[in-house]
Structures are given as C-alpha cells and as structure tokens.
Design a protein around this ligand. Structure first.
Ligand code: PA5
Length: 456
C-alpha cells in the first residue's frame, strides 16, 4: 500500500468500544456508495473512474485526446493559463506543485510556464498575469474549466484572456489556443465553445467539481506540466482496490475523524512537512469543507506545513483550546538525500549532525512534534506516503475522495452538494445589478442593510 494509516496516537481519545459502536454506521455509509443509494448518489461517477480509463473505450479515447492536446500545448506555447475556481483548479494546481514543486515555473524543465487565473476577483493578480502575457514573443494558450459554465470568477477571467488572445492572434489563432473543459450538453461556456469552434473536454455529469481531479478537469493541465497521468491513474486504481476492501484505511480514516468530532474535537488540522503539500492541503480543505460543512455539522478543515508553522501556530496547537486534532501526512522519500556539511569551528553546535541527511532531522522533528502534540491533548491520525511520485499522488487523491464520501455519510450529510455556496452569489449578482425583477428587489433590500454600516 502506498499510503498507510497509524491510529496509535488517537488512543486515549477514542476507544475500541467507540469503534465497535460506530461499526454499523460505517457499514451503512459504505453500502450507500456500493449500492448507490445515499444522498447525492448521482454524483458517484468518480468511484470507478480509474477503472473506466482502463476498460471503457470512450474513456480510453478521452485519455488519448487529453495527451494529444497536452502535447500540442506543450509544443506550441510558452505560457499556459488555467482558468477555473474551486474544484475546477485545485486538483491540477495541487498535482503540479506536488510533483514539480512550488517553484515549477522557474526551475529548469520542459514545457510552458503554467499560471492559474479566475480563482479570485483580484485586480492586482489579474493585471500581473496580463503583464506576464504581454511579451509578444511568448505564445499563450488557455484552458478554461467550468462545469456549470456560469461561475463569475472564471467567466470574467476568460473574457479578459480571450480578448487578449483574439487581439493578438485573431479569431483563428485564438481558436488554436483555447481549450474548454465544461459540461457535455449545457451551459453558456459550451455554447460559446461551439460557436467559436474551440476544442472541448467534458466534465462528467456524475462527478462534482471537488471530485474531478482525475477527469479532464485535472488531467489536461497536469499532462501539460509534463506529469505522467498514466502513473497517477495507476495509483488511483490501486487506492480504489484497497479502499473498497472491508476495514480499509480510507474507511478507518473516515471513522476516526467522525469519532474525534463526537468526542468534541471540532477542528481537523491537516499537517505535512513539505511545502510541495501546500496546494494538496488546499485541495483537501475544499474536498472536506464543501462536502461536510452543512446542516450545522462538520469538522472545520485547517492546514499547516511543518516545521514552518511550528514557529507560528505550534504554540496554539500545543496549548490552545483543546478542540483540535491533527491528520499528519508524512512523505517517506520526498527527495534524494542532502547531507549536512561539516563546520570545523562547530559555530552552531550542530556538528553531531554532520554527514546526516537533512531528511533525518525532518523525520525527528516529525516524531518529536507528534509526541509533544499528542501528550498535549491533540490526537494525531498519522498517514505515511511511500514517496512523492505520480503513482503515490494518484493513490492519495483517491484515498481522500473515498474517505470523504464515507465520512460524509457517517456524519449524515449529502457529501456531494454545496447549497451554501449560493448565498453569497445571489447577493453578489443582485449588488452587481444583474437584470431581473427579483435581483432588483434583493439589491434594494441589501443596499438598505449595507447603509447602516457604510463601508465604501
Ligand atoms: O466542488 C465544486 O463543485 C465547486 O468547488 C466547483 O468546482 C466550483 O464552484 C467551480 O464551479 P464550476 O466548475 O461550475 O465553475
């Protein structure tokens, strides 16, 4: 198994009896996935995706199309802009940073520089990206990703970058450089893609955004980064096989986090020891936050990168409010050894570490922190990942997706919807002046309420 779970450091917080008591709920949650009979079961397409890419002719053909498009983009462009928000960008960005590091755009390597846009409404960020693209010698390609085809952030960014491409290359040249990933049959983005003749990829109907990293949503940008998507899918396939076995680690993880929540731990901190994990943590937070945070329930998903954050949040974790637990993911072979050099003067008093790999210090920092936090009242679920390659990453993505679905069902929510996301959007559309009587009425009501505490 690429990923292993150790529950030793939850002892004293969760007992064997707790596990026995929750067993029927675990079984019922797993059955909901197996028999496709739980809330949101129309969105279980991700469960068999890794197998479909091996056996279903249309999925095999799609994979070949993704690789072909990625090769074309790699050969023709210097800057590749991935436009999308939430589940439509986090998986791809997580994979690229995990495999190629946070410095992927400046470290030597083949293929275009890759930037992400449309994941905020920041004028500053968008302007800077436009500046990067303004060098006429840099060939720019765009992949806009939106399942609904109507999300404001990516739609606005796509307007801006489509205009830039059309101005520079003309309609025909822009057509060559724009790739659209969206719904099979509906949405304004699909309509536009058809009108303009852009190459399209499909977000499957039965896969929601946050479970879509192993569809064209994630696979196209990941392949453009030169990452081996076959190996990723192999890893996901192995994770699927393991997760579906009774008593699997994925199911155990789902059970543990629910038991910890019931014991009063309301915040789960996802901890790791590598900056390459920063966007994986963001992906994980979206997956669990959006899947479980509803009906007044759910753990609050937070994240830290150690040892960096031991010097900022370490104090709180050690001694603050005791409503937290940690899920620590440690990567066993993150990078080749880097030995600590000799210093004859031993100015820092660290000569006892001379010749030892930096990894040796990191591992001991992990063990030291684990014990300190556990003994300070913070249960730790430990996950170890064999190495930081494509196979292991595919395994990790699937592991967390499966565990999230099981966990959501144990919690008693629909892990596949996100009704709460609409509240801000409805207000925003009204404030922006979207036409329609309902929007206008809402706008007047909102303006009146805002007047009582004037901000602008
Ligand atoms: O997980 C989800 O469903 C969401 O995070 C969506 O991915 C996000 O809101 C973007 O939606 P869309 O792809 O429709 O633009």
């Amino acid at each position: 198994m690429a990923l292993k779970l150790i529950d030793f450091y939850t002892r004293g917080f969760i007992s064997g009896a707790d596990f026995d008591a929750i067993a029927p709920e675990i079984e019922s949650a797993c059955a909901k996935i197996r028999e496709r009979c739980g809330a949101g079961s129309d969105f279980l397409g991700w469960v068999d995706l890794p197998e479909r890419y091996k056996t279903d002719p249309s999925a095999i053909e799609e994979l070949a199309e993704i690789k072909k498009a990625a090769e074309k983009i790699r050969s023709m462009c210097d800057i590749f802009i991935v436009i999308g928000i939430g589940g439509s960008y986090l998986g791809a960005r997580a994979a690229i940073e995990f495999i190629r590091s946070q410095q992927y755009n400046i470290l030597p390597g083949s293929g275009p520089q890759i930037y992400f846009a449309g994941n905020s409404l920041s004028t500053f960020d968008t302007t800077n990206l436009i500046k990067l693209c303004s060098d006429e010698n840099k060939n720019v390609c765009v992949n806009v990703i939106s399942k609904s085809g109507k999300t404001t952030e990516p739609a606005v960014a796509f307007r801006i970058f489509r205009e830039l491409l059309e101005r520079r290359y003309g309609e025909e040249g822009a057509r060559e450089r724009i790739y659209v990933t969206t719904d099979r049959a509906k949405g304004k983005l699909l309509q536009l893609a058809r009108e303009k003749g852009y190459k399209t990829f499909v977000v499957p109907d039965d896969v929601g955004g946050r479970y879509s990293v192993l569809t064209p949503v994630g696979l196209l940008p990941i392949a453009v980064a030169g990452i081996d998507i076959d190996a990723m899918l192999e890893g996901a396939s192995a994770a699927r096989e393991d997760a579906l076995k009774p008593g699997s680690d994925a199911v155990k993880y789902a059970a543990l986090r629910n038991l910890l929540l019931r014991s009063g731990k309301q915040v789960e901190i996802f901890a790791s020891y590598e900056s390459r994990m920063a966007m994986v943590a963001e992906w994980w937070k979206q997956l669990y936050g959006e899947s479980e945070g509803k009906d007044g329930k759910g753990l609050y998903p937070a994240s830290v990168i150690f040892s960096t954050d031991l010097h900022s949040l370490g104090q709180y974790i050690q001694e603050g409010t005791r409503n937290i637990f940690e899920t620590v993911l440690y990567i066993k072979n993150s990078a080749p050894d880097l030995p600590i050099p000799a210093d004859p003067g031993d100015v820092d008093g660290l000569s006892f570490l001379e010749g030892k790999p930096l990894e040796f210090i990191s591992k001991n920092a992990f063990l030291a922190t684990l014990l300190a936090h556990y003994e300070g009242g913070v249960p730790n679920i430990v996950l170890t990942l064999d190495s930081a390659d494509e196979y292991n990453l595919g395994y990790l993505f699937y592991f967390f997706e499966y565990a999230c679905a099981v966990s959501g069902y144990i919690l008693g929510v629909n892990p596949f919807d996100q009704p709460g996301v609409e509240a801000y959007k409805n207000n925003m559309y009204a404030l922006l002046g979207m036409p329609g009587a309902e929007n206008e009425a809402r706008r007047q009501a909102l303006l009146q309420r805002l007047e009582s505490a004037s901000i602008f």
